[in-house]
Design a protein around this ligand. Structure first.
Ligand SMILES: Cc1ncc(COP(=O)(O)O)c(C=O)c1O
Length: 390
């Protein structure tokens, strides 16, 4: 990380920040791009002939960039507001029949789990839970092996690419292969909240039928903007649940009979008016971070720091680490057995301007190490943890 980039991020000036998986800080140049875009929209529009080519160009530029980072075609990308809408809206579009089975891991975000529970209740589907949390020494071989036990009648497997609680990167390709063996008509639905902007996902996305990302976490873009990939098969076989003018091939003649009013690409899952200025902000953040450290180099840098933290935490006999070393990304999860009131622990660290979080299920601590993290921040965190444990 160049100190130059840190100096462009105001919220890092007075904090030792480790919550990138919750929300990444927005660099000033990204905020400026958002403001400029907003001003431009008001200058040439808002609702004039000149504004539509501008909006169109913003959308295409952003989708092109996202498609490149996801290693897929632009026609398979839809814009959304966040991870939850990107996951839940298309999911509700699957043609379910009574008794279909959904398998969801026990390491998913509560909002996604709640949406899936509701879906199952309404359509009389069966919800099965794939217990990853109880696998000790989490590794690909064990996860693939354990997953097979639960796959039998699965129509939909829902799982995160990087688990938000443990930081483990799931072997998507292998899981998809196993899923296809049991049911050719199954779907793999992936939550990319903790992967986009953090690890390289190009190549991996194509193993899924739906892969949702957000701007506001590791990518350090603005909140209120997300996107998702849907495979050609998913596009062809599903129908959107919420429809608006953006889903339509054409608005004119809407009262006339038609076999298909909707776009035949991912746009059929887009709905209506959205906040266009945010797009320029995300593009700027992605470009700033890529210029700082190219995507193909940052994993080495991030992992070196997270392994340093892991190694130091592992020296304390009271601390239990979620994963075995070496870690492969920037999420370091741990438990301090002796600390019962986890939120009080976080509060005390916060008083020292050090920000980590408690995750739910299991109630452990999570530290996120980003390419903009500095080694001395890790030292400061370790010192404070040491003091608080005394
Ligand atoms: C794995 C995971 N999924 C979903 C979400 C919800 O994200 P959003 O608010 O973008 O819908 C989060 C947020 O922390 C997350 O970590």
């Amino acid at each position: 990380m160049t100190t130059n980039l840190r100096s462009l991020i105001p919220s890092l000036k007075d904090k030792i920040y480790f919550n990138y998986g919750g929300q990444g800080p927005l660099p000033t140049p990204s905020l400026k791009k958002i403001i400029n875009s907003w001003e431009k929209l008001q200058e040439i529009g808002p609702f004039t002939n000149k504004v539509w080519p501008y909006i169109n160009n913003e959308v295409i530029l952003t989708k092109k960039l996202i498609a490149k980072l996801m290693g897929v075609k632009i026609k398979n990308i839809a814009l959304s507001e966040n991870i939850s809408t990107g996951m839940v809206l298309p999911l509700w579009g699957i043609d379910f029949i009574d008794g279909d089975e959904i398998l969801i891991s026990d390491c998913e975000h509560p909002g996604i789990v709640a949406a899936v529970r509701e879906l199952c209740q309404r359509y009389k589907l069966r919800l099965n839970i794939f217990p990853i949390q109880k696998i000790s020494n989490l590794n690909d071989e064990l996860v693939i092996h354990e997953n097979k036990k639960y796959l039998k009648n699965t129509k939909i497997l829902i799982i995160s690419h990087v688990l938000w609680n443990f930081g483990y990167e799931v072997p998507l390709k292998e899981l998809k292969n196993e899923l296809e063996k049991v049911n050719k008509n199954s779907y793999l639905i992936v939550d990319g909240a903790q992967s986009f902007g953090h690890i390289e996902i190009e190549e991996k996305v194509r193993n899924s039928d739906l892969y949702a990302i957000t701007s506001h976490k590791w990518a350090c873009g603005p909140e209120g903007l997300g996107a998702f990939y849907v495979s050609d098969r998913f596009i062809g076989r599903t129908r959107p649940t919420i429809i608006g003018w953006k889903s339509l091939k054409k608005e004119q003649g809407i009262y006339e009979p038609s076999d298909n009013l909707l776009h035949e690409d991912a746009r059929k899952f887009e709905i209506a008016t959205s906040c266009i200025p945010l797009l320029a902000g995300l593009r700027e953040s992605l470009s700033l971070f890529e210029n700082d450290i190219p995507n193909n180099k940052k994993n080495k840098i991030i992992s070196a720091m997270s392994n340093k933290l892991w190694f130091e935490l592992n020296q304390f006999k009271d601390i239990e680490l979620a994963l075995k070393s070496p870690l492969k990304n920037g999420i370091v999860s741990f438990n301090v057995n002796r600390v019962i009131d986890k939120n009080a622990f976080i509060k005390k660290l916060g008083l020292k301007k050090i920000w980590i979080r408690v995750i739910e299920d299991p109630k452990w601590f999570r530290v996120c190490i980003h390419q903009i993290t500095q080694e001395d921040e890790i030292d400061l965190l370790l010192n404070e943890v040491k003091l608080l444990m005394k």
